[in-house]
Design a protein around this ligand. Structure first.
Ligand code: ADP
Length: 576
């Protein structure tokens, strides 16, 4: 209960106890669900009317603003105008005076909570998880972070989670206020908080005119005052937050739900914190249902491309609903949009809607743009990482700690996903993300492969490749692939014709892999090496692994194979 309301109850209690008849008042309060039948019994069990009144006041002191307001309304209804007047001045602000008078919808739309999208499928598991975390803010202020990939449905889930009568009544009876944040600068942020303060002050019906706060600090103080004094049990929803500056500006001990792609944003603020991760995609059935609702074709009559579209988008609510609305306008384009997806033509998949980003590519691009330069370079390398590889850690060529930092930066920003069931952890990109990278970097593939090779050279200049670490294994497997795609033919040539390489790769991966490289990049191969391998290939199966130099020394003395073997033998002799 509000401090002022509380003080007012205490000072008026004598008069209240003297005059009021609790029995009638309590009928109204029960129908408002402000008190329970058990509480009513407890009060009527008191011997005298005066004792009953005292018990009701005691009960109210333990209750919330909503009950206080209900009590006030009951006084009015029972024509205790004089008593009601005693309380009127200090009436706490609840935006609805009784559950029936103020439906949830009004409260939500007053607070700017967006309505459901045109096509909507419920996601009860995630909605409930968010609600559960919001209930933790019932007794104390704190933060709930809802995070996930671009277009995974965070905002829709947040608004759906609060469209819930009990939650509002029990936790946020003083209102829910939605602020769309996005990527904004400080002046924009100030403007948003000014608007919020204005909205809150207006609700207070105060005649006082307040100059809008002119700096962020001032805005923070004003908001702190409002929240603590008048709107304690209010929820602020900050939608699509990118920058922790925003959170610092509202780090005022209040109740906040934020949606973001960046899981770690709330690390910098104080108070209790809770988080909910949103899956990047919907189940196939639900995604199909969105297509069905938007295209106005019943589920069982959807064309076969529908399922392919859903699969191609991995159920991304944003992608599916963008395509669905395009199909509504162009009902014969199922095949066309599927092909656009397959050709990674995300730009064609655009739709003006209430969503912040007009096209699918913009939604994904925004995340990449927001990275620091170093991280962006690393992220772009994912474009060329061999597609069979789930061990992204090999990519960075950094030490363990840096690698972990890089990976968690991407995971926290929902730009990379981790399967933590597997040990060691497996990391992967969402198909839409990989497709986006491939499309965006399609003219840079060569140079990205080259960067990969440079990383290898840098890392293994003076370290041997071994079978013991993932990174080595990656290079043993895919170095030739990167060299070939970087058009580094000379380097590839020397690699494949190096006895060292044959020996290491043959030993660690077996001859099949080795020979596969020679088949794959055969066009640039030297005949002598091919002959050498086809004649000696079977030796490479042997364990212990044969001495490659000895094998090569049996080749014709004019061959390159022999020349290298001789050099190596001489080096060995020198080293003793
Ligand atoms: P995010 O906040 O994660 O970027 P949104 O919640 O804004 O994503 O959702 C993006 C779009 O996806 C919405 O505009 C809507 O069209 C669609 N969408 C998201 N969730 C649902 C849902 N539960 N049912 C139907 N469409 C949805």
């Amino acid at each position: 209960l509000d401090e002022r309301a509380r003080a007012c109850l205490l000072t008026s209690r004598h008069k209240l106890e003297e005059i009021m008849k609790p029995a009638y008042l309590m009928d109204h309060m029960i129908s408002d669900e402000a008190i329970t039948v058990e509480e009513e019994d407890m009060i009527t069990n008191q011997n005298t009317k005066r004792e009953q009144a005292a018990a009701l006041v005691d009960l109210l002191l333990k209750k919330d603003n909503y009950s206080f307001r209900s009590f006030y309304n009951a006084l009015l209804k029972e024509e205790y105008d004089e008593l009601a007047n005693l309380l009127k001045e200090d009436l706490p602000l609840t935006q609805f005076t009784s559950s029936s008078q103020c439906p949830v919808q009004t409260l939500l739309s007053e607070g700017g909570v967006p309505p459901r999208p045109e096509a909507f499928v419920p996601r009860p598991k995630e909605e409930n998880e968010i609600r559960e975390k919001l209930y933790k803010l019932q007794k104390q202020p704190g933060w709930v972070t809802v995070f996930g990939m671009a277009g995974s449905g965070k905002s829709v889930l947040a608004s759906e989670a609060v469209r819930h009568k009990e939650l509002i009544e029990e936790c946020f009876p003083e209102g829910i206020h939605w602020l769309s944040i996005g990527r904004l600068d400080k002046p924009d942020l100030l403007a948003k908080i000014q608007t919020l303060c204005f909205r809150l002050e207006q609700n207070l019906d105060s005649q006082q005119f307040h100059r809008p706060p002119s700096t962020l600090d001032e805005a923070k103080e004003r908001l702190r005052f409002l929240m603590i004094r008048k709107y304690t049990r209010t929820l602020l929803i900050l939608d699509d937050v990118w920058d922790s500056t925003v959170l610092k500006a509202v780090d005022i001990h209040c109740r906040i739900l934020l949606t973001t792609r960046n899981r770690s944003l709330a690390d910098v603020v104080n108070g209790s914190k809770h988080e909910v991760e949103v899956n990047s995609g919907l189940d196939e059935d639900k995604a199909l249902e969105i297509l069905s609702q938007l295209s106005k074709i019943e589920m069982y009559r959807l064309p076969e491309e529908a399922l392919s579209i859903v699969k191609k988008c991995q159920g991304s609510p944003l992608a599916v609903s963008m395509i669905g609305s395009l199909l509504r306008e162009n009902p014969d384009r199922w095949g066309y949009y599927l092909r656009q997806l397959e050709k990674k033509q995300f730009r064609r998949i655009r739709k003006s809607s209430s969503y912040n980003y007009e096209a699918l590519d913009q939604a994904i691009a925004a995340g990449i743009e927001d990275l620091s330069d170093d991280y962006r370079d690393l992220y772009n390398l994912l474009t060329v990482l061999h597609k069979d590889v789930k061990m992204m850690s090999v990519l960075w060529g950094q030490d363990q700690v840096d690698t972990e930092d890089t990976l968690s930066e991407f995971v926290n920003r929902a730009m990379l996903f981790v399967d933590s069931q597997s040990q060691p952890n497996v990391f992967y990109l969402h198909d839409l993300q990989l497709d986006f990278l491939l499309e965006q970097n399609k003219n840079q593939l060569k140079s990205l492969h080259k960067k990969m090779v440079e990383r290898y050279v840098h890392r293994y200049r003076d370290r041997p490749l071994t079978s013991r670490d993932e990174e080595s294994l990656y290079w043993i497997r895919y170095l030739a692939y990167h060299m070939a795609n970087a058009n580094l033919f000379q380097e590839l040539h020397s690699l494949l014709f190096s006895l060292d390489w044959i020996s290491v790769k043959g030993q660690i991966m077996g001859p099949a892999h080795l020979i596969n490289d020679y088949l794959e990049y055969g066009s640039i191969l030297d005949k002598e090496f091919q002959e050498f391998l086809s004649l000696s290939g079977h030796y490479l199966e042997q364990r212990p692994f044969p001495d490659i130099v000895q094998l090569a020394l049996s080749q014709p003395h004019t061959s390159e194979v022999y020349r290298q073997a001789r050099l190596l033998a001489q080096e060995r002799a020198k080293d003793g």
